[in-house]
Design a protein around this ligand. Structure first.
Ligand SMILES: [Ca+2]
Length: 436
């Protein structure tokens, strides 16, 4: 069962011993967490430290719903192997550079590429040319640490309604920083008809763990990731929206079939919980399953590493901070994929194009610290194997999207607060097949 980790991601013997002890039922998860933290030397680099959390309690969670509490312990990870395929069939082209922390990309129906820059600009690339003028009409955005202008999403009927959604950081009434989501109509003159569809939940004074990715599901609902604002216990508190995935209607109202819609002791917006900081999300084409990438501990809140890929489902608890890495606990879902060495996973997509036929329906996600694009080969929710592309060739990678011609576009992030900086600014590059 420990072949779950492909050869590139070896399982350390310390965590193996803890997992065996957990399976034997003799070490509570919290104890195992402490043991593991003591066994692993924290790595040090230019990671910024968050402000002190306001509450270190790990026991403030509302009790899980009966359906979750009674669910059986998840199956242990199954053996996985590397995909045999080598993807050295592409070349890399630079689409544009001179960007500042491009956080998210979306292609418009006409083939133009929209790009958010975290300082608070929305850019557009038409026919390979970056418009020097940012798109007008953005709201007031606070750039602070990991916060600023983050994700964008197009409404499923964008061609008819031109609705565009942005997730961005604002300052709340209490002076806190929080993630807000607004809808706009994209016009030739810029963004129009602004409508705040999610005003944001009370956040924190610090500038880390905002999330925030926006993705429409195949059910037409808008899914929103919110980080736990460097206050781990909030991820388990069902009356706090931080550390959650939210599920909203396209106007921000709450769907009546949300898992906690009829509970008085939980927020109805919540779809899944126990998340630390999910910065990638994509819907699997044939199944509608929602895949997320999530950052594991950074050293101050657990041994650095333990990054995750999860499939998020209604009402489920993804464990943070009760479990991380390969720990297990009743009603807590372990990750689909675990990366013991920190890679800082970010934006994600599924490939559905035709110019890379060997990549059909594969899951791709960009990695910041890992400076790589990871390709995961799947059979539904079963991992067949994975492969690392572009590793340490183009710096920190923030987002990945498929272009209209089937090329794979990747945004770099060397000019954020963790990056080394790059004189030419951040880039958008694309993977183009060598033999079209
Ligand atoms: Ca987790």
């Amino acid at each position: 069962m420990f072949g779950w980790f492909s050869p590139g991601f070896p399982l350390k013997t310390g965590s193996l011993a803890i997992l065996l002890a957990l399976l034997a039922g003799c070490v509570p998860a919290q104890q195992a967490n402490r043991q593991r933290s003591q066994q692993t030397d924290p790595q040090t680099d230019q990671q910024v430290q968050p402000d002190p959390p306001s509450d270190r309690s790990t026991n403030s969670a509302s009790p899980p719903p009966a359906s979750v509490a009674q669910s059986p312990a998840p199956n242990p990870p199954q053996p996985k192997t590397f995909a045999a395929t080598q993807s050295n069939t592409f070349r890399v082209e630079t689409v544009t550079e001179g960007l500042e922390v491009p956080w998210a990309m979306e292609f418009l129906p006409d083939g133009a590429l929209l790009v958010t820059e975290r300082p608070g600009r929305l850019r557009i690339i038409r026919d390979g040319q970056l418009d020097p003028q940012p798109i007008a009409g953005l709201p007031a955005i606070v750039e602070s640490g990991e916060g600023g202008l983050m994700d964008l999403a197009l409404h499923p009927q964008f061609a008819e309604n031109q609705w565009l959604y942005l997730a961005y950081t604002v300052r709340g009434d209490a002076g806190d920083l929080r993630t807000q989501v607004s809808r706009f109509r994209l016009t030739a003159a810029g963004l129009a008809e602004p409508l705040v569809i999610f005003p944001g939940a009370p956040g924190a004074s610090g500038s880390t763990h905002f999330g925030s990715r926006l993705t429409f599901g195949q059910d037409g609902k808008l899914y929103v990731t919110l980080g736990e604002r460097a206050d781990p216990s909030r991820a388990q508190d069902l009356q706090d929206l931080n550390g959650k995935t939210l599920r909203l209607n396209d106007d921000g109202s709450v769907p009546s079939d949300n898992p906690y819609a009829n509970r008085s002791d939980a927020r109805p917006e919540i779809f899944s919980y126990g998340h630390r900081n999910a910065q990638g999300m994509a819907v699997q084409p044939n199944t509608g399953l929602i895949f997320q990438t999530e950052h594991g501990p950074s050293g101050y809140d657990g041994a650095r590493g333990g990054d995750e890929v999860n499939i998020v489902e209604a009402g489920r608890n993804y464990g943070w901070p009760e479990i991380s890495y390969d720990q297990q606990g009743p009603g807590l879902l372990p990750p689909l994929l675990l990366y013991e060495t920190a890679i800082a996973p970010a934006g994600a997509t599924f490939y559905t194009g035709s110019v890379f036929p060997q990549w059909q329906n594969d899951f791709f996600f960009a990695n910041l610290r890992g400076q790589t694009l990871i390709r995961v080969v799947l059979n539904g929710s079963e991992v067949i194997g994975q492969e690392r592309l572009l590793e340490r060739e183009y710096g920190r990678l923030r987002d990945v999207k498929q272009g209209p011609e089937g090329f794979l576009y990747v945004a770099t992030s060397d000019n954020d607060s963790y990056g080394a900086g790059r004189a030419g600014g951040d880039r958008i590059i694309r993977l183009v097949p060598n033999s079209p």
